[in-house]
Ligand binder design. Structure first.
Ligand code: ADP
Ligand code: MG
Length: 226
């Protein structure tokens, strides 16, 4: 199982010609591998994650996850791909305020048939146990700290057992110590589940716990930035 990105380009048409954001991204990650991406604001990090998460489409180039090229799928199959194969953690937790912790983790499963959903609940409980929130299942998001809310978001990102886990500034709203805890959790869980993990972060300290780091520079992923 691997993620292969080839010659990925994203540009936006503007009145003054095309604004090119991604200028040929090539990357391969195997199951169980992780990568931190750093780079200045506006350099295209979120654009790349959105494309990998199929929330946006590339201008050209290919993405292949375990033999499936999502941008060749019809809209229905693409939505299924996104729901099943991609887990997302954003800077903001995006939890529903009126739903409990357990209900929030189960949200991605709501599109599934009843029998599948029933099977997901013990898994959701186990994930919440692994992120240290087994005793908070019935709490509402407002009753949790920022770090705890982000741990719920991490549990939710894995509930569908995705092959690809994407985190865009997942610790951007957290203090240093909590950031490191959430980063370690992402690493632990992705290794246990053998997903591919890509984390975008401004924090060199957070990036330092990842085995590989790349920098977004001039629309490309480079090892050593200028
Ligand atoms: P980062 O996450 O690295 O801060 P982004 O991927 O959010 O950067 O944005 C990269 C660039 O793409 C920015 O300059 C932004 O203004 C531009 N951009 C994003 N969406 C659009 C759009 N729909 N039309 C034109 N430009 C866009
Ligand atoms: Mg961004």
């Amino acid at each position: 199982m691997a993620l292969t990105i080839q010659s990925l380009v994203k540009s936006y048409p503007t009145r003054n010609g095309d604004l090119s954001i991604l200028r040929g991204i090539d990357l391969t990650l195997q199951a169980g591998e992780s990568l931190a991406i750093m780079g200045p604001s506006g350099s295209g990090k979120s654009t790349l994650l959105h494309i990998l998460g199929t929330l946006d489409r590339p201008t050209s180039g290919t993405v292949d996850l375990d033999g499936v090229q999502p941008f060749t799928l019809n809209d229905n199959d693409l939505a299924t791909f996104r729901n099943h194969q991609v887990g997302f953690v954003f800077q903001d937790h995006h939890l529903l305020p009126q739903c409990t912790v357990l209900e929030n983790v189960l949200i991605p499963t709501l599109v599934q048939p009843e029998a599948e959903r029933a099977k997901a609940e013990p898994w959701a409980r186990e994930l919440l146990d692994r992120v240290g929130l087994a005793n908070r299942l019935e709490h509402l998001p407002a009753e949790l700290s920022g770090g705890e809310r982000q741990r719920v978001a991490v549990a939710r990102s894995l509930v569908m057992r995705p092959k690809l886990l994407l985190a865009d500034e997942p610790t951007g709203n957290l203090d240093r110590k909590t950031s490191q805890q959430v980063g370690k959790l992402l690493l632990e869980l992705h290794a246990a589940e053998q997903t591919i993990l890509i984390v975008v972060t401004h924090s060199a300290e957070l990036a330092s716990i990842f085995p590989q780091t790349r920098h977004m520079e001039d629309g490309q992923l480079v090892v050593n930035p200028n």
